[in-house]
Design a protein around this ligand. Structure first.
Ligand SMILES: Cc1cc2nc3c(=O)[nH]c(=O)nc-3n(C[C@H](O)[C@H](O)[C@H](O)COP(=O)(O)OP(=O)(O)OC[C@H]3O[C@@H](n4cnc5c(N)ncnc54)[C@H](O)[C@@H]3O)c2cc1C
Length: 448
């Protein structure tokens, strides 16, 4: 289009309420350099899917269960396959599963991930989102990246089909942020054919219904730190495993679990990568997870704005709608500018991650060049969400504090309880702030 031509605004996609949708959904959305028809196709596909069940999400969260048919549909529509990246093509073929909207795997880029994470969070219930995809999304990638070809072909097709599920077990009662301090041990049997695992994992999302747990264990000496860590996929039906549900403030339906391993005998071929080199496997998972968490937090922020805005237009106080009050308008200004600025930064980082290339070498470059900023992006997404919850809850008055049901403040109230895990899980705000600056300093020092 030449500079003298006038752009005709296009039809917006989704909600037209202020800041309820990302900028590229708006009337100038087709001018975005990041998104193509392929992303738009995926967006429509996800929206259609989420619309089909979003009215039930609150009830599932309250009850703490999701019908298994919903999980089967999630898998059949390709969402389990999309959550386990990089894609393992032989397993996709063996399972006969297509990615959502039939996007070919070679066409899928990091902006497709952004669309996916964003749209799947649109119902507003983080617990439901994690119940459907939380474990697979973090437990599956280490298997694809570091498992033997035989192990991948053995385990992945059934996972992609929704017949089996996988989760990630890093955190323990005495070690969370300090991953190198984990205490769960795995000792090789004298014939070398098995590992004997003892220890405990805590807050493991989907742990209670997972068939496999990608488990971080100590294979080195007690004081071996990061150099004595390995990762083993543990089949959860084995003798000696006990699972107990944990009750948290939010994400009730996500299946947060404490897992105890008591002399659990796991075949040695379930080891990922090499013995004592598991720390980098754990670290390699983080950029993808942090981007996903940041995108989810952004959508949760938008849900808060959307519900609060709709309410502020309807609710009259002192003879006029709340939205007419300047101090209420200023709350939307605060939320809107933070959310939009963060979204633009997130898109730029997602694009740069993709531009580094989807090969092990490209991923290494992205980890080094972008890891610090992605950590800070995740931190900022938590702060923005805290602000949006605070202001939206305030706009709702008592309704923002009323638990359950499908009243106007229900999603905001739920998010007010879910949000704590967004500033702790996947790296806490303190740890990631420090990491972000360390990584940026390292890059600067190397180039000074
Ligand atoms: C709902 C939920 C789901 C989860 N899902 C999973 C899962 O699927 N798999 C899994 O492995 N884990 C999971 N976790 C665990 C999560 O990753 C940990 O809670 C997180 O890593 C923090 O560990 P911690 O809770 O032990 O806190 P700690 O590490 O004990 O930290 C406590 C506080 O101290 C701060 N802190 C720690 N060290 C420092 C430091 N050096 N400087 C400054 N401040 C510091 C932290 O920021 C935090 O505020 C989940 C947690 C929750 C609540």
């Amino acid at each position: 289009m030449s500079s003298s031509q006038v752009k005709v605004p296009s039809e917006p996609f989704g909600s037209v309420l202020p800041f309820a949708e990302p900028a590229w959904y708006g009337s100038l959305g087709d001018t975005s350099p990041f998104y193509t028809d392929s992303h738009r196709r995926l967006r429509a596909y996800c929206r259609d899917y989420v619309d089909s069940f979003s009215h039930k999400a609150g009830e599932w969260e309250d009850k703490g269960t999701i019908p298994s048919a919903q999980y089967q549909e999630h898998a059949a529509r390709g969402f389990v396959a999309a959550s386990i990246q990089p894609f393992h093509i032989p397993s996709l073929k063996a399972a006969g599963i297509q990615l959502p909207a039939n996007i070919p795997p070679e066409e899928w880029d990091n902006l497709h991930n952004v669309v996916l994470f964003d749209e799947l969070m649109r119902h507003g219930f983080l617990g439901v989102n994690w119940a459907l995809g939380g474990g697979n999304g973090i437990g599956g990638p280490p298997l694809v990246n570091f498992g033997s070809e035989d192990l991948k072909r053995e385990l992945l097709p059934d996972i992609l089909l929704g017949k089996k599920r996988i989760c990630l077990g890093v955190t323990e009662p005495l070690a969370g942020s300090d991953v190198a301090g984990i205490k769960t041990t795995a000792v090789r049997s004298t014939d070398g054919k098995h590992y004997i695992i003892n220890g405990q994992k805590k807050w493991i999302t989907n742990g209670v219904f997972a068939d496999y747990c990608t488990t971080v264990v100590r294979t080195g000496e007690e004081d071996s730190g990061a150099g004595g860590i390995s990762v083993i996929v543990v089949p959860m039906h084995l003798e000696g495993i006990e699972r107990r549900l944990l009750k948290n403030s939010g994400v009730n339906v996500s299946g947060s679990t404490i897992i105890t391993f008591d002399d659990v005998k796991v075949p040695a071929r379930y080891l990922l990568g090499k013995e004592n080199q598991g720390f980098r496997i754990v670290m390699s998972n983080f950029n993808g997870e942090r981007l996903a968490l940041a995108v989810s937090a952004l959508r949760m922020s938008r849900v808060c704005i959307e519900d609060a805005y709709a309410y502020a237009c309807k609710r009259h106080t002192f003879g006029k709608p709340l939205i007419e009050q300047p101090i209420i308008q200023s709350k939307f200004a605060d939320m809107g500018r933070r959310v939009e600025a963060l979204h633009a930064w997130m898109e730029a980082l997602a694009h740069q991650m993709h531009a580094c290339g989807n090969t092990p070498q490209g991923k290494k470059i992205a980890d080094m060049e972008l890891g610090g900023r992605i950590a800070l992006l995740k931190v900022e997404s938590g702060y923005v969400l805290e602000l949006c919850v605070r202001e939206a809850q305030q706009i709702m008055g008592g309704l923002g504090y009323q638990r359950g049901g499908d009243h106007a403040g229900a999603r905001i109230e739920q998010i007010s309880r879910d949000l704590r895990v967004m500033v702790v899980g996947g790296g806490s705000a303190e740890i990631l702030s420090s990491l972000g600056v360390k990584m940026e300093k390292m890059k600067a020092d190397a180039r000074l």
